[in-house]
Design a protein around this ligand. Sequence first.
Ligand SMILES: [Zn+2]
Length: 360
Amino acid sequence: MKQGLTSPMRYLMDDVPEGGKTVTVAPGVKWLRMPLPLPLALDHINLYLLANGDGWMVVDCGMKGGITRQLWQQVFETELEGKPINAVLSTHMHPDHIGQAGWLVGHWNVPFYMTASEYFTARAYTAPAQDIPEEWQHDTYAVRTGMPREYVEKMRKGTAGFGSIVEPLPRSFKRLQDGRILTLGDQRWQVIIGRGHSPEHACLYNAALNILISGDQVLPQITSNVSVTSTEPDANPLQEWMQSLQRMLELPDDALVCPAHNAPFFGLHTRLRELLAHHEQQLAGLEIELVAPKTAYELLPALFHRELHNEQLMMAMGECLAHLHLLLSRGAVIQSLGADGVQRYQALAVSPSSGDVQHE
Ligand SMILES: [Zn+2]
């Protein structure tokens, strides 16, 4: 489809649902919101209820803590039209999406749907921490970025916070797979997998209703975090992310997109192209900076035009590495490890197509 033919972005409606209430966005599709009980840039998550025969499937669950459970009780009492919850699905493993999954599944005694990579990653993150022997600790990821020592120390402490915002997960799950059809009553939802933001993020597309439940894969206002983490320090998640966005351009431009943050909107192709252009712009900005060798830490101001501290800095670092790894895989940049244990990056003077390129 030509760019000129894509429709501009517009929200389905101006209102957002009040806490404990739902708004119907299409036949058999209800939208609700839950607060996020953390000082994050975002203060809410959108959840959806999909008609599923004689009940409802919950899509995404809200975080553990705060008043989320209380609001769910309110939804059960007033919003379900006298029908039960008969299934729970999480698009991916982030705490705002899976935090209450265990509780919802236990409360209703219903099956839990997720992709395998998301389920097992979440199980690993919520498992009791093991004491890893000192000599097995690898802090090369953090040292290589050139971050100040205090942040390197923080990173060594790992992801201990995850379990505090996620209820114990259901002990079994039903696997979602790319391209498979999930039949809910008389509605057919196709599973579409996206990668880069999380390992195997499930979106759901209903062709008859022309609705995409997009999770964090397509958001109307903010860009989803795409990070290299210390668990897989050589990953190239931005490549996977951009490939996933490209693939979503195959869906109809006029689909109603129901995202996990902000509000349902039209203008899928416009938004996908904006997101792709945003990352290309960030990549070009980095290449300009890299006429001289720089560390990932030194490159942060080129990508983020604000002061960064603590978690923000960690996420920004992960994003910066994601962009650098894509440039490395394109052959636009080389890296070298200094005697100080810090990685430095530099743009290649020759165009990648014109000669030898050095890959990681
Ligand atoms: Zn997420």
